[in-house]
Design a protein around this ligand. Structure first.
Ligand SMILES: Cc1ncc(COP(=O)(O)O)c(C=O)c1O
Length: 411
């Protein structure tokens, strides 16, 4: 039966073809495979290594602050482009965690309802039809999606192990470079777990200046670093504030994914462009959430404790994966371990793609991971699996290792 809306969907969403694609998206495939595996093996517990968010709730002091602030009459209003206390707390945070200085709260900082909407809005500030966004793959696609909505084009830069999962700007063809307007980076990186160093960021600033390109570093995993790796801000290198911005979030560092709070920091004119788009898009995050976030930003030990937990889990995970034949290395940041997918099993099974292997792993062993086939065949294990104490953590990893070994994977 025809639907009144059949001929009314915008071209950017596919027009008449909207909803007719038979392609099944990766995360939907994983969901279906998980459901099928549970049905086929009702007595076996599924080990979920595919989760992209923290396994713990927000810290009690932050929850308490929200419950106190939520009922205060003065907090009920539209928050519009945010409250100064949050901007000031963001500056204190950037100073303490990243050693940044000279940031003016009212000019260089603006909140967002999580970092995702900030990333979605930035192309609205800078992309005209025909402009090119340079982005990295594998990666988080929201900036690319909006660039395409706006009639811009996207050029993918592959992140490969041979280049330490950093993009190689020499591979950009000259005509692309000419039309390139924005460069999107994400360090610490999801899904590779790679971190950038100051030398790379200096190289980015020089590249941006030479080619007249705006830089956005998505720092959603910013403070989650391990083994002496200090959190590093793109904005800490000379000239970065001139050419770019960085997007921060409380989602991962403070276990606050559902709370929806983050912020942008950077060049004052760019932040003001974002403020204009934001003001025309949402009316700000609830003041009570902003005030609870202020408290969180002043309690760095929340992130430090979470990082210590993830670090401990990584040590066990990496060891277990290597015992099962993978070539796993502990990442310096994020909560992801990105490993090459096996080529098959000693029992004659072959995996052409990482997706095939990931599906096999769910169906055969009830271990859920996220596959990436954008630049080589890799799967992502996350240390945010459910386990309420250290004993349970060990039990989960031991069980995973046992199930992996049975498969006799070939690499
Ligand atoms: C790389 C990256 N950036 C941004 C986000 C969005 O985070 P939020 O909108 O919760 O701040 C995510 C979430 O998974 C992510 O992985």
């Amino acid at each position: 039966m025809n639907n009144f809306f059949d001929d009314k969907i915008s071209d950017r969403l596919g027009g008449q073809n909207f909803g007719k694609s038979t392609a099944i998206y990766k995360f939907e495939l994983i969901k279906r495979a998980k459901a099928a595996a549970r049905k086929a093996h009702p007595g076996v517990e599924l080990i979920d290594m595919g989760v992209g968010e923290p396994d713990s709730p927000a810290d009690n002091i932050v929850v308490k602050a929200l419950s106190e602030e939520a009922g205060k009459p003065g907090n009920r209003w539209y928050a519009d482009n945010g409250i100064p206390e949050f901007q000031e707390a963001a500056v204190r945070y950037l100073e303490k965690v990243y050693g940044l200085s000279g940031i003016i709260p009212s000019e260089h900082i603006l909140h967002g309802i999580g970092s995702k909407p900030i990333l979605a809005m930035l192309p609205l500030c800078f992309i005209n039809p025909g402009d090119i966004l340079l982005t990295t793959v594998p990666g988080y696609p929201v900036t690319a999606t909006y660039t395409k909505y706006l009639g811009g084009e996207v050029f993918n830069l592959s992140l490969t192990e041979s280049n330490s999962f950093l993009p190689d700007f020499n591979l950009i063809p000259a005509p692309v470079l000419k039309k390139a307007r924005m460069l999107y980076l994400n360090y610490p990186n999801n899904p590779t777990g790679a971190v950038a160093n100051a030398e790379f960021f200096e190289h980015v600033v020089a590249f941006a200046r030479k080619n007249n390109i705006i830089v956005i570093n998505d720092s959603a995993y910013g403070a989650l670093t391990y083994d002496g790796q200090k959190p590093l801000s793109f904005l800490s290198v000379e000239g970065a504030m001139e050419v770019g911005m960085e997007v921060h979030s409380l989602s991962k560092a403070f276990n606050m994914t559902g709370w929806r709070i983050g912020f942008i920091c950077g060049n004052r004119k760019a932040v003001s462009a974002y403020a204009t788009v934001k003001d025309n898009t949402d009316s700000g995050q609830f003041r009570a959430i902003q005030k609870a976030a202020v408290l969180a930003l002043d309690h760095l030990e929340i992130t430090e404790n979470t990082a210590a937990k993830y670090s401990r889990r990584f040590d066990m995970l990496v060891n277990a994966l290597n015992e099962a034949g993978f070539d796993a290395k502990k990442p310096k940041g994020t909560f992801f371990c990105y490993v090459k997918a096996p080529s098959g099993t000693e029992n004659g099974k072959t995996f052409i793609t990482a997706s095939e292997f990931s599906e096999f792993l769910i169906m055969e062993s009830l271990i859920s991971t996220v596959p990436w086939d954008d630049a080589g065949k890799y799967i992502r294990f996350s240390v945010t699996f459910e386990a309420e104490n250290q004993q349970k953590e060990k039990a989960v990893i031991d069980e995973m290792e046992k199930r992996l070994k049975v498969l006799k994977l070939k690499f």
